[in-house]
Design a protein around this ligand. Structure first.
Ligand code: MG
Length: 228
């Protein structure tokens, strides 16, 4: 019997990766004046993002610094100050972008609140995540909100301990197999995968073969919980 449900935020409750891929399109267009191969731009940017995770962590600010670094690198330092300014503006536009909830989120979260203990477990930049949670209008529906720097088994174990949750009665709902499914199964919890239409290359992972469920949208969650 499940008594505690944790939701991921980005691309599970609200759109996020679509904003990154839209900005990456703008980044590619900006660099197209200097360079020919768009595939190379994507590859180098991903490489910079991955290398920078350990210094900046997840989030938009680190993404902007990775774009700048990639632009300087790929143009052999010829990128102009105006273009760098544009990259900074791309980041500000992302940070100020309205929070768009995914289909079904509002009604499903409101329907489950009060019947289950609800947690929100999201990773990334503290300031940005707090701002998005506030703007989502959902903050009051959760019994606890946890903003973490990485979603690995140790993080989930610590969270479950702190909230006194038995892993056997816990389910995590999220879009990332790597962050929301595999580490939760590793600590003995349950997991529901709700794929988003775009996945950041860093988050791509092979789904497990058993012990998890997959639904197309959050509308599928209440019937799944009822049948559990
Ligand atoms: Mg996510």
């Amino acid at each position: 019997m499940i008594d505690t449900i944790a939701f991921d935020g980005d691309d599970t409750l609200w759109h996020n990766e679509s904003l990154f891929s839209m900005t990456q399109d703008r980044f590619r267009a900006l660099l197209a004046n200097h360079l020919a191969d768009p595939a190379d731009i994507d590859r180098r940017l991903l490489q910079a993002e991955r290398e920078n995770l350990r210094v900046y962590g997840y989030g938009i600010k680190g993404f902007v610094l990775s774009m700048i670094e990639t632009a300087v690198d790929l143009t052999d330092g010829r990128i102009g100050g105006r273009d760098i300014q544009s990259l900074v503006e791309f980041g500000k536009a992302m940070l100020e972008h309205p929070v768009d909830l995914l289909d079904g989120v509002q009604e499903v979260v409101e329907g489950l609140a009060g019947r289950y203990r609800l947690l929100l477990v999201t990773k990334g930049d503290l300031f940005d995540q707090e701002s998005k949670i506030a703007r989502s209008g959902l903050a009051g529906r959760f019994d606890a909100i946890e903003i973490v720097s990485e979603k690995d088994p140790a993080t989930y174990r610590r969270l479950l301990d702190r909230h006194g949750v038995d892993p056997a009665r816990f389910v995590m709902v999220g879009n990332s197999v790597r962050s929301d499914i595999l580490p939760v199964l590793a600590v003995g919890g349950h997991a529901v995968h709700v794929p988003y239409h775009v996945t950041w290359a860093h988050e791509v992972a092979e789904p497990p073969t058993e012990n998890y469920r997959r639904i197309d949208s959050l509308h599928g969650l209440p019937p799944l919980l009822a049948a559990w």
